[in-house]
Write a protein that binds this ligand. Sequence first.
Ligand SMILES: *[C@@H]1O[C@H](CO)[C@@H](O)[C@H](O)[C@H]1NC(C)=O
Ligand SMILES: *[C@@H]1O[C@H](CO)[C@@H](O)[C@H](O)[C@H]1NC(C)=O
Ligand SMILES: *[C@@H]1O[C@H](CO)[C@@H](O)[C@H](O)[C@H]1NC(C)=O
Ligand SMILES: *[C@@H]1O[C@H](CO)[C@@H](O)[C@H](O)[C@H]1NC(C)=O
Length: 227
Amino acid sequence: MLSSLLVLALAGSALAQADYTADHNTTAITGTWSSGSQQVVPGVGFAIPAQEAFNYPKTTGVGYSFSDDGWYEIARFRYVANASHPECIVSTVIWAHGNYDLLDNGSIILTPIGDGYQQVQSQCGDDSNFMQDYNVTEFYLDWRIYTDVTFGPKLHLFQFDGSPVAPLFQLSPQPNMLPKQKLRNTGAQVVTSTSAGLVTTETLAARKAKRAHETPARRGWSSFWLW
Ligand SMILES: *[C@@H]1O[C@H](CO)[C@@H](O)[C@H](O)[C@H]1NC(C)=O
Ligand SMILES: *[C@@H]1O[C@H](CO)[C@@H](O)[C@H](O)[C@H]1NC(C)=O
Ligand SMILES: *[C@@H]1O[C@H](CO)[C@@H](O)[C@H](O)[C@H]1NC(C)=O
Ligand SMILES: *[C@@H]1O[C@H](CO)[C@@H](O)[C@H](O)[C@H]1NC(C)=O
């Protein structure tokens, strides 16, 4: 009697949990993953946090690493059109790391530790180029790993609204990542209001580095990019 109650209780709790068997994920999420042509890879070679710098990958994409002790690192390089000027292309490069949680219901939360940063550049006449802190908690509703006959394990992440992120290919079952600690001095943010009413925030290091040739018109972007 007692043992059958126990079995029922276990079955009940299992129902509420994500089913991490091979139907859901053919391999564990730990490792290094990258989209598209797999040029955007976390770890050494992408970001140099101490210098607040990036090595730009050859192509756009996104890369994630997950360790088996709950640490993640993300690398992202993309082009986005300015909403009001679609002809105006903006590039963003992002690096961040922190702790991830695989929730019982199958969702994932990536919580950064505060030393992430992004570079925003636009070739839109005003030639914007600035660095800012990037400390955004990322939430994914669900994830799956299939094994592709040609490409091997493929990680699918789904955003809060269920839309898929580009499929991620496994570069290695080991996580490629920088040391799991704070790697950048964040310091104070510089906040400036432009005449157009846009509020700009920049890291202090970036501000100092380019103060010499800065004009207000070059900094009108961040209200658009604070996500
Ligand atoms: C699915 O992923 C979870 C979490 O990484 C892992 O514990 C489990 O072993 C994986 N399942 C398979 C079949 O590899
Ligand atoms: C899982 O739980 C989190 C936190 O309660 C919630 O935000 C998320 O929407 C849930 N995911 C699913 C797939 O229901
Ligand atoms: C970064 O975000 C995390 C999660 O919201 C928060 O706990 C942390 O205090 C933030 N760090 C900074 C420097 O803003
Ligand atoms: C779009 O680009 C214009 C022209 O450079 C700029 O003034 C404006 O702030 C940008 N819009 C957004 C939402 O960033």
